[in-house]
Design a protein around this ligand. Structure first.
Ligand SMILES: Cc1cn([C@H]2C[C@H](O)[C@@H](COP(=O)(O)OP(=O)(O)OP(=O)(O)O)O2)c(=O)[nH]c1=O
Length: 187
């Protein structure tokens, strides 16, 4: 039985490679449409599960990992910005304040589902307009929840974090490793 990462994210692929190269990537077609009736926690968990289930349906004999990451600021869900203007608004809002990054992971193996919801708090320094503009110039924000990547130039925004750094990058590596081992032992 082999492993499938149900994610288009190049970061998740690189992080999973830290403990195994024995996997393939199959991207799910799940659409991310914000459901206002759910809490942010329910929403992110549901998306990770949907992504894993969509790929597991096509590959029932494989172990499938699905993930989703959102930023929550003042109870608002921030996903990937639609454009530079929206990205700037997100970064200005989060300046000199704290937000949460939520990453949900679902692993499906032989019909058994294992899920986790990881949260990290990120404290931003006050961000000057020129710092925001020079970050936006690099176009790194486009495919990132909350319009920044902590692993890039946006590291300059961060005063401190509480929680797992890899949760912020979208793949809580140590947790996923343990979930996979627990599933192996269960079979
Ligand atoms: C906050 C933050 C987010 N991100 C990324 C992680 C995720 O890839 C992305 C959130 O988008 P997601 O929708 O979670 O994932 P994705 O669209 O990249 O891939 P897929 O749906 O196929 O699994 O934001 C960072 O890389 N660094 C950060 O600091």
């Amino acid at each position: 039985m082999s492993l499938i990462l149900a994610s288009a994210s190049p970061r998740r692929k690189e992080l999973l490679k830290m403990f195994t190269t024995d996997f393939t990537v199959v991207v799910s077609e799940v659409e991310e449409v914000l459901d206002e009736t759910m809490t942010p926690q329910e929403y992110v968990a549901d998306l990770a599960k949907q992504k894993a289930q969509a790929v597991a349906k096509l590959h029932p004999a494989e172990t499938v990992i699905g993930c989703d990451t959102i930023v929550v600021f003042q109870n608002q869900v921030l996903e990937k910005p639609k454009n530079r203007v929206e990205a700037k608004q997100m970064l200005q809002a989060m300046s000199d304040d704290v937000h949460e990054v939520l990453t949900a992971v679902t692993i499906i193996k032989n019909g058994a589902i294992s899920s986790t919801l990881e949260t990290a708090k990120v404290y931003f320094y006050p961000l000057t307009d020129s710092l925001i503009e020079s970050y936006l110039d690099q176009e790194d924000y486009q495919d990132k929840a909350g319009a920044y990547g902590i692993q890039s130039y946006a590291a300059l925004f961060v005063e401190k974090i509480e929680g797992d750094y890899y949760t912020i990058m979208g793949f809580p590596l140590a947790k996923v490793y343990r979930m996979l081992h627990a599933l192996e032992e269960a079979v």
